[in-house]
Design a protein around this ligand. Structure first.
Ligand code: PMP
Ligand code: GLN
Length: 384
């Protein structure tokens, strides 16, 4: 019965694997959500808003306090100057920002260049918007951007959907790589949608928004959300920022998706952005330690894994274990070892990701240790 716009799009692997973890009691190192909530004072701000009469529809573009806080955040961190009235729209998580950007900008048949492995909602939403994806593969083991491949894919394209820090590989694009991306975007007159939800989660490398590069502000829509930076993934408060014409296109689609959401959470998100700036820094420092814990344990368990520069995901190469692919490995893993991970193969058009599995390290150290102990104790080789 499902429409052709959704044909070939499997149920989201994150939901599938979390359901499997819940059913089997496995340690869930799959879906990316922390197991400790964000700052209590931000929760208190939400409670205050619930008791303070913020329970009816928020304005469609978002409550003014949050739009102002987002604009101030972009200026404080990156020197980007935005008019909160026209250059910021609040969305239902970055997920709705992605959906509304693609639905509001992409014409049927438009080629959209996108980094592969991709975040799964990109594929679904490019297809629902009628666009045609043109993957540019970040190749294992170092997952760097192949500029020649980007240039080749950009010919005749209208859009580039970028993601840095990149889920699932953890790649953070360097200043030189971003300068090259900017050059390609200008040369081919691309509009860029850049998903920066992991903007504060980098380890020893800076995150540079593409919009800060010369010639890029006017062609770049930047997306982010409260979920990853403040450990409130369930709040689904996000935003799109950029020049007024691009933001207006997001709002044009967004008003017919949810119109508005999270009225009491929006003032609390504004509070987080303006008053709890130290939290993402502390979170990144703690995640850096957990990254090292997880990667060391995975390597010791026979799962070669490189430490990522950003996000809270690490990717292992499982070829040495003899499995036909990562999906069969991940399906068997709860029973074999009592652990859940995410196979990467569904995030590629090609076969490149068949041997890759992603683990989330945004869990408490004792949970990571429990998962690692289980992996170390189990026989992970195929066919036992
Ligand atoms: N983009 C990427 C790359 C993600 O990993 C996620 C998951 N947080 C999202 C977008 C969706 O963000 P949100 O939960 O704010 O909708
Ligand atoms: N962004 C999270 C991840 O990559 C989960 C998102 C989701 O469940 N849709 O794991």
């Amino acid at each position: 019965m499902t429409v052709s716009r959704l044909q070939g799009i499997a149920p989201t692997i994150f939901g599938v694997m979390s359901t499997l973890a819940a059913r089997t009691g496995a340690v869930n190192l799959g879906q990316g959500f922390p197991d400790v909530d964000g700052p209590p004072e931000v929760v208190a701000a939400a409670v205050g808003a619930l008791h303070g009469g913020h329970n009816q529809y928020a304005p469609g573009p978002g409550v003014p306090a949050l739009r102002e806080a987002v604009a101030a955040h972009q200026e404080r961190h990156y020197g980007l100057r935005l008019d909160p009235a026209t250059d910021v729209v609040v969305t239902t998580g970055a997920t709705e920002a992605i959906a509304a950007a693609l639905l509001g900008l992409v014409e049927p048949g438009d080629p959209v260049v996108v980094l592969e492995p991709y975040y799964d909602s990109y594929v679904a939403m490019i297809q629902m918007a009628g666009g045609v994806r043109r993957p540019v593969t970040l190749r294992a083991p170092d997952f760097r951007l192949d500029l020649a491949a980007l240039r080749a894919a950009a010919g005749g394209a209208r859009f580039l959907l970028l993601n840095s820090p990149h889920n699932p590989t953890g790649t953070v694009l360097t200043g030189e790589e971003l300068a090259a991306v900017a050059q390609v975007a200008v040369e081919h007159d691309l509009t860029v949608i850049t998903d920066e939800v992991y903007e504060h989660l980098t380890y020893d490398v800076p995150h540079l928004p593409l919009a800060t590069l010369p010639g890029m502000h006017e062609r770049t829509l930047t997306l982010s959300s409260i979920g990853k930076s403040f450990s409130f993934t369930g709040w689904k408060v996000g935003w799109a920022t950029g020049p007024a014409d691009l933001v207006a296109a997001v709002l044009a689609a967004k008003q017919w998706l949810t119109y508005t959401s999270g009225a009491p959470l929006q003032p609390a998100a504004a509070y987080a952005l303006s008053e709890a700036d130290a939290y993402p820094r502390r979170l990144a420092a703690s995640l850096r330690e957990r990254r090292d814990l997880l990667c060391a344990g995975l390597n010791a368990a026979g799962l070669p894994t490189r430490a990522p520069q950003g996000t809270y995901f690490a990717v292992s190469d499982i070829r040495g274990l003899g499995w036909p692919d990562g999906l069969s490995f991940c399906r068997a893993l709860p029973e074999r070892a009592g652990v859940v991970g995410i196979p990467l193969q569904g995030f590629y058009d090609s076969d490149e990701g068949r041997h890759l599995v992603r683990w989330a390290f945004c869990k408490r150290p004792e949970v990571l240790e429990a998962g690692l102990e289980r992996l170390a104790a189990a026989d992970l080789t195929y066919g036992r």
